[in-house]
Design a binder for this molecule. Structure first.
Ligand code: COA
Length: 179
């Protein structure tokens, strides 16, 4: 599958993305709010393989984000089924962009395309979650019109107790076409 926006092509991952994606996943600033933090080339490649597997099973996934103007791989963005949030399975939006591409509206542009796709395909709600201290991600979700209810806050039990990345916040957005 692929989606196009004014500046972006959201497309299936290719083998030729592996080194650029691994460089993004090896940047401590990019991975500052992730646990575990840095990924090796093999771990980053496994993320791509998992995404392609998810695409095959569900018909959507966290996909490659390419800039149409010059073909640069900006990172990844997309939807995945998550079992990690309170209340059971949900469809989650996520993004990771290389540092030179931050704050140019790319995450927002990709998210709007994904939301349009989700609503057109009958999804009723998309969630997003992150560490409570991940201000950039929280701002991005708020700018997209996603809402946090403090009652949904949860601890990521894969992060050790006492680690500042453990407390998580959950944001939701509903399909505007559903009553
Ligand atoms: C979070 C991330 C994807 C945002 O991508 P982006 O393309 O820079 O975001 P956008 O330019 O579309 O901005 C979206 C909104 O977030 C705000 N924002 C983005 N980065 C911000 C920052 N560092 N501090 C405060 N606000 C920020 C923007 O101002 C914008 O809000 P506005 O429309 O009200 O101005 C990017 O910072 C990133 O890849 N970070 C590392 C990976 C990560 O943490 N991913 C999320 C894991 S849950």
């Amino acid at each position: 599958m692929n989606l196009q926006t004014q500046r972006l092509l959201i497309r299936e991952w290719r083998d030729s993305d592996c080194s650029a994606f691994a460089a993004i996943n090896a940047d401590p600033e990019v991975r500052r709010y992730y646990y575990p933090s840095l990924l090796t080339q093999a771990e980053s490649d496994a993320v791509i393989a998992d995404c392609m597997d998810h695409l095959e099973r569900h018909g959507f996934a966290f996909l490659a984000l390419e800039r149409r103007g010059d073909g640069a791989l900006l990172g990844g963005a997309g939807l995945s089924v998550t079992h990690d949030v309170p209340g059971g399975p949900a469809i989650e939006i996520g993004w990771i962009l290389g540092r030179p591409f931050w704050r140019q509206g790319y995450a927002s542009e990709a998210s709007h395309a994904w939301f349009d796709w989700a609503w057109a395909n009958g999804m009723t709600e998309i969630v997003g979650y992150t560490s409570a201290i991940n201000t950039p991600s929280r701002r991005a979700m708020e700018a997209l019109g996603m809402h946090r209810n403090a009652a949904d806050d949860f601890a990521d039990i894969t992060v050790p107790e006492g680690n500042p990345l453990r407390p998580h916040v959950l944001y939701r957005i509903a399909n505007p076409n559903h009553a």
